[in-house]
Design a binder for this molecule. Structure first.
Ligand code: PEP
Length: 251
């Protein structure tokens, strides 16, 4: 199955709107030769600047989070429709930092996924085990559970708009990457869950990324594994030279 690769930078709480414009302008030049999907998930206040600068390039802009309600008394939150109105196409949902620091649960992740799809956004759903869970040997069971929960109520038709990012928590921002085989094995498990739920054809077409200390040195090998369709990149997506090399990993 010839799936596209999707390489997304997750900027987290980094870069001002002015810095965003400068970075996206530089990146626009670097992505001219790639056929892959390149996404920058920028802080919400940087989205207008990012969209404006990315307009004539192939870079897509993502939000890092959204609320599952349409509107209401949710101070500080942003709705799916607000993102759509700006022109955003992708949204990260359930990043482990949101689960750890902001009370995101599998229930809220599922509600957000359903709302994002309804609004016309493509969710990048993050799943992944903690170090403790890996050491206990429950990685497969836990990731199966997370994926099943996140996709509850998602139709076969919707699946073409879903991206899953397998991000072992112990590998995020730690410099400790999952081995190629470890990462591929869990991405394969995720594909199996999708096959059980929606059939082989849909599973084979679904984009599944790996995330967790992806860098210039390991990107090419990770992205060439059979079940890994690109990466969700944190730290290395903030440096233009590094992200250039990661996006152009096959050059
Ligand atoms: C992330 O934020 O999703 C991530 C994978 O971060 P890093 O690449 O820095 O580990």
């Amino acid at each position: 199955m010839n799936r596209k690769k999707v390489i997304a930078g997750n900027w987290k709480m980094n870069k001002t709107p002015s810095e965003t414009s400068a970075f996206i302008a530089q990146l626009s030049d670097k992505v001219k030769q790639t056929n892959d999907i390149v996404i920058c998930a920028v802080p919400s206040v940087c989205i207008p600047a990012a969209l404006k600068t990315a307009k004539r390039s192939r870079i897509k802009i993502a939000a890092q989070n959204m609320h599952y309600e349409d509107n209401g008394a949710y101070t500080g939150e942003i709705s799916a429709n607000m993102l759509v109105d700006l022109g955003v196409k992708y949204v990260i949902i359930g990043h482990s930092e949101r689960r750890q620091y902001f009370g995101e649960t599998d229930t809220t992740v599922n509600k957000k996924v359903l709302k994002a799809l309804k609004a016309g956004l493509k969710p990048i759903i993050c799943v992944g085990e903690s170090l403790e869970q890996r050491e206990m040997g429950v990685t497969t069971d836990y990731v199966r559970y997370q994926v099943g929960y996140a996709l509850n109520g998602v139709t076969a038709e919707d699946m073409k708009n879903i991206i899953i990012a397998y991000e072992p928590i112990w590998a995020i921002g730690t410099g400790r990457t999952a081995s190629n085989d470890q990462a591929n094995e869990v991405c394969n498990t995720i594909r199996k869950v999708i096959a059980e739920k929606y059939g082989r054809r849909i599973a084979n077409a679904t984009l599944i990324q790996y995330g967790g200390s992806v860098n210039v040195k390991n990107a090419k090998e990770l992205f060439s594994m059979s079940d890994i369709d690109g990466g969700l990149v944190g730290g290395a997506s903030l440096k233009i030279d590094d992200f250039d090399k990661i996006v152009n990993y096959n050059k």
